[in-house]
Design a protein around this ligand. Structure first.
Ligand code: URA
Length: 280
């Protein structure tokens, strides 16, 4: 009956079961600086020891608040595309520097080094990096880079054996453009930086067999091209996730006339291309 679907098995095994049973809340993440009301979003990808590359992002956004996995929206699809160029289609695991979405401009910088935030994040990084087969870490954005540097100070031996690529955050060009920066130039600079990191990553990560191999190490052009964004694997999302949660088209956005309404509201809509039902 029906087709067989893959899904994320969740947090049933140690140490993840205890990590998700007791996590920092409003006592640690101040509600003025984080959207704690949407709950913590922990990870995406393999927790069964099969991951060979770890991605460290910044904080979850609207798609992530709904799907309960990180890096699912456009930023996540850009990251998934980078992984494809490293030959990785499933052997990845991702965590963010913050469990909750940052609210406001300065919250991230203010709290990146907070002891309790870093302490809990380091427990995840220990679980995913110490004594595992992860051979490379990619950090996206300055806050992720700081978070990883703080972890390396606690585990210097493990860190010394891991290849690191410290990259610009996938949606930095759009954020910089909102502040008046030149979108095309910032995008080109980021893609050049990502391209330059590919040979090192390819050299340090055993690829998944064999699909996507033609993309291995292929540099980016100066603008986003068809195929650069890759859909989130079905097996990364909770069981029963609708197909369009993996769509390249946007399906969730914070909406509202003022910042309070916007904070309280995420509008979810099935993308036009996924509306397969017959019209009335
Ligand atoms: N979504 C995430 O989960 N992390 C990011 O860094 C960006 C978007």
């Amino acid at each position: 009956m029906g087709v067989r679907h893959e899904s994320c098995a969740g947090y049933g095994v140690a140490p993840f079961a205890s990590l998700v049973a007791k996590y920092p809340g409003e006592d640690v993440y101040p509600i003025e600086d984080f959207r704690v009301e949407w709950g913590p979003i922990f990870h995406r990808g393999r927790l069964d020891g099969s991951a060979r590359i770890l991605v460290l992002g910044q904080d979850p956004a609207a798609h992530e608040a709904i799907s309960r996995r990180i890096l699912v929206g456009e930023a996540g699809q850009r990251v998934q595309g980078l992984l494809a160029r490293v030959g990785i289609t499933s052997s990845h695991v991702m965590v963010n520097a913050f469990l909750y979405s940052v609210f406001g401009q300065r919250g991230g910088n203010r709290h990146i080094g907070d002891d309790a935030i870093a302490g809990y994040r380091n427990r995840w990084l220990d679980a995913l990096l110490v004594g595992t087969q992860v051979s490379a870490v990619v950090t996206f954005g300055t806050l992720a880079a700081k978070a990883y540097a703080a972890w390396t100070a606690t585990q210097p031996e493990t860190a010394a054996a891991i290849h690191v690529a410290t990259l610009t955050h996938p949606t930095y060009p759009e954020s910089a453009a909102r502040a008046g920066g030149p979108l095309a130039e910032t995008t080109a600079a980021m893609l050049e930086q990502w391209s330059a990191a590919l040979p090192g990553l390819v050299a340090h990560v055993v690829p998944d067999p064999p699909c996507g191999q033609s993309d291995l190490g292929r540099p980016y052009a100066a603008t986003w091209r068809d195929g650069d964004l890759v859909a989130i694997p079905e097996g990364d999302l909770p069981a029963g996730a609708p197909v369009w949660w993996r769509d390249l088209d946007q399906w969730a956005a914070r909406t509202g006339a003022d910042s309070q309404t916007k904070r309280a509201t995420i509008t979810v809509a099935v993308p036009k291309g996924a509306r397969t039902w017959p019209p009335l």
